[in-house]
Design a protein around this ligand. Structure first.
Ligand SMILES: Nc1ncnc2c1ncn2[C@@H]1O[C@H](COP(=O)(O)O)[C@@H](OP(=O)(O)O)[C@H]1O
Ligand SMILES: CCc1ccc(OS(=O)(=O)O)cc1
Length: 286
């Protein structure tokens, strides 16, 4: 994948709202505060689902906030021009989203007590989700086929770089007490327990009916219908009309797309790259 991307430290970024100068400034100068909460993902891991869930926890299940402010303003992306400007002005504890790999993240975070949630998803599903998403985006080089995107992905030649490097990098933080790893798969299998886990990590308490409302308003259907969360506001300018953020929202969709040979190639690569990490970090059944 070359062209229509901004390159920084060997990693391609979307051409929209990113620049090498800003990425350097974010890394060197953005001040993470102890009370900030950071939501970290590789793109297409369920980022927006996590943001919506945390926003709903903050509002105790009341959907007013998530239905009235665009998701990218509620928890701005620190590495985008828009997000960086918003965050600099924001008073008090902030929700901050990011797809940055650990080596490019604001240095101040590593000296802070800010809490971070890293959401991981089966990279095979990340790949398939990314293929469908990026082929309708106007600010990256679009893949022409799944076969082509598969090649880019396994080479680490997609926006935000190699999934393997991203996951390995952030997982090195797994023993820190201000760092929580969640998976898309556990959110799908038991969202109630996952919300309870997030609440415990963030020191938030929800009444049973508040928790029910978080579950209801963060569901796939509720988010798909919420114009503040489903990216429909970006259609035309940034995405083709047929583009959709909330595509299927399931686990294991890769099985419908990978050939036998692609599945074998991916398994081999996963083994090569991740074998030395505790395998209970990867909760999906391939
Ligand atoms: N409430 C929800 N429940 C389940 N999946 C959700 C969801 N909200 C978003 N997703 C899924 O998360 C993926 C997008 O990730 P991100 O927010 O990181 O861009 C998409 O996956 P699919 O393309 O597999 O459907 C999307 O459908
Ligand atoms: C606000 C435009 C935009 C930019 C990048 C996006 O994708 S991702 O968050 O990096 O997955 C989506 C929307």
């Amino acid at each position: 994948m070359t062209g229509k991307c901004v390159w920084f430290e060997g990693i391609p970024f979307p051409s929209l709202d990113y620049s090498p100068e800003l990425l350097r400034e974010v890394q060197e100068s953005f001040l993470v505060k102890d009370k900030d909460v950071l939501l970290l993902t590789f793109p297409k891991s369920g980022t927006n689902w996590l943001i919506e869930t945390v926003c709903l926890i903050y509002s105790k299940g009341d959907p007013k906030w998530v239905q009235s402010e665009p998701i990218w303003d509620r928890s701005p992306w620190v590495e985008t021009k828009h997000g960086y400007e918003l965050l600099k002005e924001k008073e008090g504890p902030r929700l901050i989203s990011s797809h940055l790999p650990i080596q490019l993240f604001p240095k101040s975070f590593f000296k802070s007590k800010a809490k971070m949630i890293y959401l991981i998803r089966n990279p095979r599903d990340v790949l398939v989700s990314g293929y469908f998403f990026w082929r309708s985006a106007k600010f990256v080089k679009r893949p022409q086929s799944l076969e082509q995107y598969f090649e880019w992905f396994v080479e680490g030649n997609v926006v935000f770089g190699s999934w393997f490097d991203h996951a390995r990098g952030w997982m090195s933080m797994r023993d820190k007490e201000n760092f929580l790893i969640l998976s898309y798969e556990e959110m799908k299998w038991d969202m109630r327990s996952t919300v309870e886990k997030i609440c415990q990590f963030l020191g938030k308490k929800l009444e049973p009916e508040e928790l029910n409302s978080v579950l209801k308003n963060s569901s796939f259907q509720a988010m798909k219908e919420n114009s503040m969360s489903n990216y429909s506001l970006l259609k035309g300018q940034y995405f083709e009309e047929n583009g959709q953020l909330l595509r299927k929202g399931v686990t294991g969709d890769w099985r419908n797309y990978f050939t036998v040979a692609q599945a074998e190639t991916f398994d081999k690569l996963f083994q090569e790259k991740m074998a030395d990490l505790p395998q209970d970090l990867f909760l999906w059944k391939q």
